[in-house]
Design a protein around this ligand. Structure first.
Ligand SMILES: [Zn+2]
Ligand SMILES: [Zn+2]
Length: 592
């Protein structure tokens, strides 16, 4: 029997029961029983939902009562007691517990004396000095709470695009299966391909008749019954909001087919883009909202079924969602000079990847086979150099032997050409990690920074400029070394680096490394810098930095950055055929 709940879900529900009991002020014994039960279940290797009562009661800390609740969860997907307790409080109250230093006892006081139900209300109360008067509080604790709120709000609710898109995709697949014929579209930051996203916004529209009478209600019921829903934040006929596991908020909106385009346009945003578009509509005698485009004089709807119809009526070419950021796209759409954006079908190869020779998981053959399956013409194998000892980086001797091994495989993977390269560390003083006569013998050299991130701006800029002066460097990889939501970019003068890259003919990388399971994403250069680069005539290269064959698929995330940067195929090195590519590499140009 496939169960709807896994151990983490069961543990979380028991943890919430304990929290809610504590907020209620119930006795400590009962609270401790749920907490220790949650700990046991979280650590248990096998799915508790598949165990019978006898097996369950053999687990440490699981008595008759908890065993019965696990059986209930396994059978129905819900726990009645948990739901009952939740009924007694506003659903947002558990959010308060996620703040650093705020426990159930504090929440009980906040709710009991000031009726504080949300983080926003708590922030208001702290700012106006109302918390310090409460029992067990004081000015110090008040300041700590405010700091905890501000810290959480900095990255609040931001998630990596890859993560968000995957969660949205699963949710949409679930909905599509249960509501055939209805069209579900992700909108908002996911549709614009932003590097990080907040909420998941989904529009539903289509022939409701296929869902039967009262269809809108039942669609919302299907939505809130999604197994990964942690909490229902609101449920109505045309809009519902839920909190999913992992901290995602998802909103589903039901729109009539005649307004689908208007709603897509409206909810895709960005806000800044929509404000410009609305102003343009007003100037032309229209009113634009999520229901459609209306003539101001008689309120007749003139467009709204498709996005295209709205842009067209306003005298604009349809604007790709990646460009809707108020960065000149409306003017360009009016003047017919929107860029022809680079797309997946333009990509001919991948010029940055690792193998088991350094810290990759797959060997040369596995990487090459995967690249051939993607239809690539070429790949570059670029393992680490020796400075990255932790990654088993290559010294000159191993680098050349590895290059020979890479080249020896040419001809074994159809038309795929394997280029022998290296990802060479830029040392703290700007020298490269491997000797020039070694670098000269490779097909491509990408240089990058993996250490001493804290150098000041002058030191760091000099370091990179010196590296770019090395005649064998073809690409500057992940130029700012940032990790999204984890590590700030290094401090350097981007202007000077771009000018030098242009002067020396070094390509700047849009690194697509994304590892959702580790929460790591580079997307470096970002969209703003990538746009600056190609506007200045600096060549870009979109590379996965794959450490496994599967990671070659991350090309899509770098493409998304490039599209948001208004990039056309002509500005991207790896849209070129191998014949076009070679003369564009700095080493070839130098020899010519
Ligand atoms: Zn690297
Ligand atoms: Zn790499």
């Amino acid at each position: 029997m496939a169960s709807r709940v896994d151990n983490l879900q069961v543990a979380q529900i028991f943890g919430e029961i304990a929290d809610l009991l504590e907020i209620k002020g119930e006795n400590g014994f009962k609270i401790r029983a749920y907490r220790s039960g949650a700990d046991t279940i979280k650590a248990w290797g096998d799915p508790v939902a598949l165990m019978d009562e006898t097996q369950l009661r053999a687990l440490p800390g699981i008595g008759k009562d908890l065993a019965a609740k696990i059986r209930e969860l396994a059978g129905t997907g819900v726990c009645g007691y948990h739901a009952e307790l939740l009924q007694e409080f506003p659903p947002t109250i558990l959010d308060l517990l996620r703040l650093q230093g705020v426990g159930p006892k504090t929440v009980a006081v906040l709710y009991g004396s000031l009726n504080i139900r949300t983080v926003e209300e708590l922030a208001d109360a702290a700012r106006s000095g109302r918390l310090r008067e409460l029992k067990g509080m004081g000015p110090k604790k008040e300041a700590l709470i405010l700091k905890a709120i501000e810290e959480r709000q900095k990255d609040a609710g931001r998630h990596l695009l890859a993560d968000t898109a995957a969660i949205a995709g699963e949710l949409i697949a679930y909905l599509e299966e249960r509501a055939p014929g209805v069209d579900f579209t992700p909108v908002g930051s996911v549709r614009r391909g932003c590097e990080t996203c907040g909420d998941i916004d989904i529009l539903a529209s289509g022939p409701y008749a296929s869902l039967g009478t009262g269809a809108s209600t039942s669609l919302m019921e299907v939505f809130v019954a999604y197994p990964h829903v942690e909490r229902i934040l609101g449920q109505g006929d045309t809009k519902s909001s839920v909190r999913l596991r992992g901290g995602f908020q998802a909103d589903l909106r039901l729109v009539p087919p005649g307004s689908r385009g208007a709603a897509m346009q409206y909810f895709t945003g960005s806000k800044a883009h929509n404000i410009l578009l609305r102003d343009r509509a007003i100037h032309q005698g229209f009113k634009l909202n999520e229901y459609g485009l209306f003539r101001t004089t008689d309120n007749v709807k003139v467009a709204g079924q498709t996005e295209e119809s709205i842009y067209e009526t306003l005298g604009l070419a349809w604007v790709d969602p990646s460009l809707r950021e108020n960065r000149g796209e409306i003017e360009a759409a009016a003047e017919g000079r929107l860029p022809h954006l680079v797309a997946a079908s333009d990509i001919r190869g991948d010029l940055h990847m690792h193998t088991t020779a350094s810290d990759g998981r797959d060997d040369i053959d596995a990487m090459a086979a995967a690249a051939a399956r993607r239809g690539y013409q070429y790949i570059a194998i670029t393992d680490h150099s020796k400075a990255l000892a932790m990654a088993n980086g290559l010294d000159e001797e191993r680098a050349l032997a590895h290059a020979a091994a890479v080249r020896a495989r040419n001809g074994r993977f159809g038309n795929l050409t394997l280029l022998a390269g290296i990802e060479c560390d830029i040392l703290p003083d700007g020298r490269l990690d491997l000797a020039d006569d070694c670098l000269a013998q490779l097909d491509i050299v990408i240089a990058s920074i993996h250490s001493h991130f804290a150098q000041d701006e002058t030191q760091m800029t000099d370091r990179i400029l010196r590296a770019l002066e090395n005649p064998w460097v073809d690409v500057l990889a992940h130029p700012t070394a940032r990790l999204l939501l984890k590590r700030e970019p290094i401090r350097m003068q981007m202007d000077a680096v771009m000018a030098a890259a242009g002067r020396h003919g070094v390509a700047l990388e849009i690194n697509c490394q994304v590892d959702v399971s580790r929460g790591v994403a580079r997307l470096d250069l970002n969209d703003a810098h990538a746009r600056l680069a190609h506007e200045r005539g600096v060549m870009l290269v979109i590379s996965t930095d794959a450490h496994s064959a599967g990671a070659l698929a991350n090309m899509q995330w770098g493409l998304q950055v490039a599209r948001r940067a208004w990039t056309t195929p002509a500005s991207v090195l790896n849209t070129k055929s191998l014949e076009e590519l070679r003369p564009l590499l700095r080493r070839t140009r130098r020899a010519a």
